[in-house]
Design a protein around this ligand. Structure first.
Ligand code: GLA
Length: 387
């Protein structure tokens, strides 16, 4: 990949000898969905697919971007003096947002850059192509300018840019998983204080399989922000009777005992999801530590049902994929992953059942929706690197 990218860099921007090649992964979340902005737990892992970038420092303020994924857009030129989000800037709003966030946080971005990108994460699939690009940009800036920031801070800067520059009120999970990824491990992160531990995902008999529905419903960001506000409102109602900082501080029993204070039915089920999903995540990681993958799988299935019925972030296509997966013997668990309203499912499938899974899910999906899905058997990879 490195050579191809440098070749492209040379083609687009002239000689490439001062360019360096970087990589940041995508992520998949195994369990703990819509808990990260509620001070709950998540359990994502970085993937070996992600975003590659060949970058060269400039000696002026100009920014020149080129993506192999959007070649028709050509070179998109901008400047460090113009770090404002705009529709025309398209995907470059992500790297520009991170440059803006660096400056907001008081870190110097003295000169611009030429950047050629190539992403191997299918766009809009819910595997965090944007967080990957954000962390990649921060990683490049740190390397260029010697900024004293840890990978964890790069994650926070990425989230800050997404929240304040790109207008999605996302939690910290995606950027954290990308920046802190570790080969063969998932990250058990407590989003209330960012304490975390790596849990080895040693599955000799099974694979992590991602299925891309290839649909993305519109208004995802606004629906996401709405869910978040509902949880925040439910939290403030609960805070009148419980001493808590986030929904993640409540046990399921405490929630049941106090839920009547939440005045609106819809808000109550949204909060219920956040509380129960947090508990499921804690239980799932405990089960994994005991090598009890069956329990882990059942909790994944329960997570899907809750996201479908209570949190209402699934959609017909995703439910079809999960229902099909559940019919395949050898599927340990299957659920929607990521923000929702389309995107991907994640399943844990016994080695000997992977071919059956592919056949049943592909054929069934085509029959029921008329569309093709894509199936990836994935590996868990490291965080960002210089290649
Ligand atoms: C998106 C957001 C994350 C998280 C998930 C849902 O991926 O970026 O912060 O909230 O949705 O778990």
């Amino acid at each position: 990949m490195k050579d191809e990218l440098l070749k492209k860099f040379e083609e687009v921007f002239g000689e490439a000898d001062k360019a360096k090649v970087y990589f940041a992964p995508g992520r998949v979340n195994l369990i703990g969905e819509h808990t990260d902005y509620n001070g709950g737990h998540v359990f994502p892992c970085a993937l070996t697919i992600g975003t590659y970038g060949a970058a060269r420092k400039r000696d002026d303020n100009i920014l020149r971007f080129y993506s192999l994924n959007f070649e028709e857009a050509g070179v998109i030129e901008s400047s460090l003096d113009d770090l404002k989000p705009s529709k025309e800037a398209g995907w470059t709003n992500y790297p520009k947002g991170v440059m803006w966030a660096f400056k907001e946080k008081g870190y110097d971005v003295p000169v611009g850059m030429d950047l050629v990108l190539y992403g191997t994460i299918p766009n809009g699939s819910g595997l965090s192509s944007s967080a990957s690009l954000e962390v990649l940009t921060g990683f490049i800036l740190r390397d260029f300018f010697g900024t004293e920031v840890t990978n964890q801070e790069l994650a926070l800067i990425g989230q800050y840019s997404e929240n304040n520059y790109n207008g999605c009120n996302c939690g910290i999970m995606d950027q954290f998983a990308v920046a802190m990824g570790k080969k063969d491990s998932a990250i058990f992160l407590d989003t209330s204080d960012l304490s975390f531990e790596y849990a080895n995902i040693n599955l000799p008999d099974a694979k992590i399989v991602i299925t891309n529905s290839k649909v993305k419903h519109s208004l995802v960001d606004s629906a996401y922000n709405k869910r978040r506000s509902a949880c925040e409102m439910a939290l403030s109602e609960l805070q009148t009777v419980c001493d808590i900082k986030g929904l993640g501080d409540l046990t399921c029993e405490e929630f049941e005992a106090n839920k009547a204070i939440i005045k609106d039915d819809e808000r109550r089920v949204r909060a219920k999801h956040a509380v129960y999903e947090n508990q499921r995540t804690i239980d799932a990681v405990a089960a994994l530590k005991e090598n009890d993958i069956e329990t882990f799988g059942k909790l994944m299935n329960a997570s899907h049902i809750s996201l479908r019925d209570d949190y209402e972030v699934s959609c017909e296509e995703i439910d079809i994929l999960v229902d099909l997966a559940w019919t395949v013997p050898g599927v340990i668990g299957s659920r929607i992953t990521g923000g929702g309203f389309g995107g991907c499912t994640v399943s844990i499938v016994k080695n000997e059942s992977v071919e059956d899974f592919k056949r049943v899910v592909t054929e069934g999906y085509k029959e029921k929706t008329g569309n093709d899905c894509e199936i990836y058997v994935v590996d868990i990879g490291d965080g960002p690197v210089i290649l």
